[in-house]
Ligand binder design. Structure first.
Ligand code: SAM
Length: 359
């Protein structure tokens, strides 16, 4: 599965709505910087055999694994390069540059190098997607990380045991929520996420300033195209952002409406019919599968049955996270009243089921 927020199909739709004449993903040159073992890039290469997909990572083991996966999948349109970004000299520009889970995990000089690289190697109508941790909400997590590290140093066996001990002492509230969220991620994810050796968080304002100082223009959020701001991030305690950039001199034409746009009401009806055809019905104990639950916990769009990303508001995500198969529709509707009072729960749940989001 691709990361929905860094999926060229999604990002191109946002860029086109902003008036940028982006190349069709199916025949594009796509680069992922810090591609790791290739789970994002390889799924894109598999979807678009006519695209040239290049993955770059400095960690030899990751590139080795990505190569073996690409080979086993029979992908002919992938090139995987073991190199540091600062040593990488591509032979042609890219229509899409992806840096997902990279910016916050590298030192500041590499962040600057990333912006330099994008400014130099993005095609005239290309788009770059860069995600990063947002200081507004991440600061609270940093405090939890520091305390958990102190518990580890005092003798806990590993991160999970330190967090479990911490959980018993923490009072109900935000701190406890963060600990619960970390425990749900598990050791492997935590080692590359909250507890990674380099991991920092920036404000959106500082990020945009850095991009603009390299001659890049900011197009907004990579899924919605909305241009957020630091004040709203502070109010919401936002932890993550994924933003779209293009060349400062790129010609922005007239906004193009997505083809086949329909009203939400009409869409709900169509989704319900499609759901019934697929044999979906409302289960008594709705449940998200593990992958979609992870997306909901990370506030990422959830892939529907056709792998199209579905974006939810934060209150709706709170309802989705409660769908672990242990709560009845009735219990969920009561929960929804509390955490998402604006939600018309039953039609919304039918919509969610119709899109094939429930397992
Ligand atoms: C947190 S992982 C993200 C992997 C993947 N993009 C994802 O979203 O799951 C960051 C990756 O960036 C790579 N990396 C870090 N610094 C790098 C550099 N200077 N040049 C190339 N790759 C780098 C690491 O080896 C690692 O695989």
């Amino acid at each position: 599965m691709s990361h929905p927020t860094a999926d060229p199909a999604v990002n191109a739709a946002v860029a086109r709505a902003a008036g940028l004449d982006v190349t069709e993903s199916a025949g594009a040159r796509i680069l992922e910087i810090g591609c790791g073992e290739g789970h994002h890039l390889l799924s894109l290469a598999n979807r678009w055999p006519g695209a040239v997909c290049i993955g770059l990572d400095a960690f030899p083991k990751a590139i080795h694994r990505a190569r073996s996966r690409a080979q086993r999948a029979g992908l002919k349109n992938v090139r995987l390069c073991e190199a540091r970004l600062s040593d990488f000299e591509p032979d042609a520009p890219f229509d899409f540059i992806i840096a997902h889970g990279f910016f916050s995990w590298v030192p500041d000089e590499v962040k600057v190098g990333l912006m330099d690289f994008i400014a130099k190697h993005l095609a005239p109508h290309g788009v770059a997607v860069v995600s990063f941790n947002v200081a507004a909400g991440w600061k609270e997590r940093m405090i939890v990380v520091e305390k958990a590290r102190a518990i580890m140093n005092a003798g806990a066996e590993d991160v999970m045991q330190a967090l479990a001990l911490y959980q018993t002492a923490a009072e109900e509230g935000r701190e406890r929520e963060i600990i619960d969220d970390m425990l749900a991620k598990g050791t492997a994810v935590l080692a590359h996420d909250d507890f990674a050796p380099v991991m920092d968080a920036w404000s959106l304002g500082a990020f945009v300033k850095l991009a603009e100082s390299h001659g890049l223009a900011w197009l907004g959020d990579s899924v919605s195209g909305v241009k957020g701001n630091d004040a709203a991030d502070n109010m919401a305690g936002r932890t993550f952002r994924s933003e779209l950039l293009c060349r400062g001199g790129a010609v922005l034409g007239e906004a193009k409406k997505p083809v086949g746009e329909v009203s939400l009401h009409e869409k709900t009806r169509v989704d319900e019919e499609a759901g019934q055809r697929r044999g979906c019905r409302l289960l008594d104990f709705p449940k998200l599968d593990e992958w979609r639950m992870t997306c909901a916990r990370e506030a990422l769009p959830l892939p529907d049955a056709e792998l199209k990303p579905c974006v939810f508001t934060f209150p709706q995500l709170k309802v989705l996270i409660a769908m672990d198969g242990t709560r009845s529709v009735y219990e969920l509707s009561r929960h929804a009243k509390e955490v998402a009072p604006e939600l018309d729960f039953v039609p919304w749940l039918k919509h969610v089921a119709g899109r094939g989001l429930l397992s």
